[in-house]
Design a protein around this ligand. Structure first.
Ligand SMILES: [Mg+2]
Length: 263
């Protein structure tokens, strides 16, 4: 039986708007093993589940949601159980890391940079000295250059995890390990949680460069819906493997999956 990984923004909703066919699609997928995965480390799984419930999605629970902050904490714990860290980013990132590790700005094993507030001259200085003097490893939750945010119906662009990580890489001359899509670690943590192998899993996303490229590199099936940043009619980006399914909307994908006996 096929398992599913689903991106959320641009697949289930865009801003505060639920995309057509999304609730029905999720209802079908929920009969299978599935996980909602996101590069956004600023909201906890229970906050995401509450938001989806408010949008009218049924039977949402925190256990079905994996964020890049969760995946980062799990990955760090695999590298070094009981790890010590210095983190720069949203409150949720700090709370998530604290569940498995110990904050220690003097003897950190890892400097973790994620989205959200926290970066300033002091935190940058502390972080780069941990990397340079104490050989702490630099880790980013997600590589996004920028992210879209909606407040009171107004769209705003915010710096993404990649943009916030860049000054640490620049100052230390070191490349960070990055957990979120298209890198493999978020997918690996998701497959582990579902206890399935990559070739039994299909990733549904809205971005060829992250969702699709990363999943294809893992050997997963790939399905793109053109309801997010990548719109109908846009030519497929060069150098990225074409998605196994390339659909205008989730309703079309649901029909195709049903015809193929997958759903
Ligand atoms: Mg998306």
């Amino acid at each position: 039986m096929t398992a599913f990984l689903l991106d959320m923004d641009g697949v289930l909703y865009h801003g505060d708007k639920v995309l057509p066919g999304a609730r029905e699609f999720v209802q079908q997928v929920s009969r299978h093993k599935h996980l909602f995965i996101t590069n956004n480390p600023t909201r906890s799984p229970s906050q995401v589940a509450d938001r989806l419930t408010q949008m009218g999605f049924q039977n949402m629970c925190a256990e079905r949601i994996l964020t890049s902050a969760d995946a980062t904490a799990l990955w760090l714990n695999q590298q070094k159980p009981g790890f010590r860290y210095f983190a720069v980013g949203a409150k949720t990132l700090h709370e998530t890391l604290a569940k498995l590790g110990t904050e220690d700005s003097g003897r950190a094993d890892f400097v973790v940079v994620g989205e959200g507030p926290g970066l300033d001259y002091e935190t940058l200085t502390t972080g780069i000295n941990l990397v340079l003097s104490r050989k702490a490893r630099l880790v980013g939750t997600n590589p996004d250059a920028s992210v879209d945010s909606w407040a009171d119906g107004q769209k705003q662009t915010l710096p993404g995890g990649g943009a916030l990580l860049a000054p640490f890489e620049m100052a230390t001359g070191q490349k960070a390990m990055v957990i979120g899509k298209p890198h493999r670690f978020l997918y690996e943590m998701a497959l582990e949680r579902l206890a399935v192998s990559a070739d039994d899993c299909i990733m549904v996303g809205d971005r060829p460069d992250t969702d699709i490229a990363g999943a294809a590199a893992m050997g997963m099936g790939t399905a793109l819906v053109r309801t997010g940043r990548f719109l109908p009619g846009a030519p497929w980006p060069k150098g990225i493997a074409k998605a196994d399914w390339d659909m205008e909307a989730l309703a079309d994908l649901q029909t195709a999956f049903q015809a193929a006996g997958i759903l």
